[in-house]
Design a protein around this ligand. Sequence first.
Ligand SMILES: [Zn+2]
Length: 186
Amino acid sequence: MVIAVLVTATILVALLIQEFQKQPLINYSKFGFSFSFPSASTIAEEGNESGGTIHCLYESKKESIAIAWWTVEPMSQADVEMVLEDAISNMTIAFEGSNITIEGAGGEISKGEKMSRLACSHQMVYQGVRLEILANSHLTNEVFLVAGVWYCNITHRRFVLLVRSDSSEEIAFREFQRLADSFTCH
Ligand SMILES: [Zn+2]
């Protein structure tokens, strides 16, 4: 029974990933950086080259990405890690019509290991977070987030990338890596 459930869940995730791969990507280029996102998404932006935010809600309504940038003094890798911790603590997620931060979510929070990779030639630190929110006594809702931070020493800005999936951790990580691969910040 447990195996059947796991197999069904694995097939479901595989089908969802196939759906993503079918969607054409379009390139966003503004404020001196660019990335690609699925064309059927709804995008909202505010800011200028010095700082701002972009939110992009996928057609599925279960996945979304957020990008924040800010002009800052030169940052060390330790500074970058601190910003990542802050970003995760203060991350706001919309749940049942109200905005709540992760720390105030009132459910189970599990954070993965901090990892690093390159983002447009800079060292990015990123981390996955799983939230199990107790909506009421008998209903839970799982949310998977991956957040990454880096400092661009060419444009003197720090970038925060966030991918949220209400479907699966695998989708959150795949979308995060795809977004990071597509990103140019200078
Ligand atoms: Zn850069």
